[in-house]
Design a protein around this ligand. Structure first.
Ligand SMILES: [Zn+2]
Length: 202
């Protein structure tokens, strides 16, 4: 005999499966939704359903969009000569929120990972090559994560870009803004030293 309502347990289980949500958080969310927040619960359910039906990958950059082309790819004011490669839609959003980049993006939806069977086909590198082939891109900015797989992915795409005579650059990384040197791990500190920029007199 189950102690609690099976539907209630299913609902908690459904939230528990989401990234970053443990059983306590799942319970809190479920009880919040059930305790007089019907409107919010219905909005959540409808929005998820709508998203699953409507959202697809942009035909150019693979960002999620409900139209064939996303807002960024449709925007003719964006610089078509700059293409920033990111691993995920969340990475694209983070860069876009800085409001410092006016080029376009390509979302890999992952990174090369031979152990997991993720190769160039899974990252749709052929779709990226079609973009390279348009002859509008002067520079590819590789903004994949500073992990072993992220570096391997960046190196691979740089070599592909090279075949199209397109310059590839890697984002610099190092000490986080507002961070204190003594708390930064040594690998990050080494990268920060290697990627130093000239200030003052050139
Ligand atoms: Zn797009």
């Amino acid at each position: 005999m189950k102690k609690f309502s099976p539907i209630l347990q299913d609902l908690i289980e459904a939230f528990k499966q989401l990234p970053g949500i443990g059983v306590k958080s799942a319970q809190r969310i479920v009880f919040y939704l059930l305790q007089g927040n019907t409107d919010k619960a219905l909005f959540l359910a409808e929005t998820i359903q709508n998203s699953l039906v409507s959202i697809q990958e942009c035909k150019i950059c693979r960002m999620y969009s409900e139209e064939e082309l996303c807002e960024i790819c449709k925007d003719t004011k964006r610089d078509q000569s700059l293409l920033c490669i990111v691993e995920s839609p969340a990475d694209l959003m983070a860069l876009e929120n800085t409001m410092q980049f006016n080029g376009r993006y390509f979302v890999l939806m992952g990174h090369l990972s031979p152990i997991d069977g993720i190769g160039p086909d899974e990252l749709k590198i052929n779709q990226l090559k079609e973009l390279f082939d348009l002859n509008t891109i002067n520079e590819v900015i590789l903004a994949t994560s500073p992990t072993v797989d992220g570096e391997a992915t960046a190196a691979y795409i740089a070599s592909v870009a090279g075949k199209f005579d397109i310059k590839a650059t890697r984002i610099a990384y190092g000490v986080p803004f507002g961070g204190e040197i003594e708390y930064v791990d040594s690998n990050t500190l080494i990268q920060a030293m290697l990627n130093r920029n000239t200030i003052g007199k050139q």
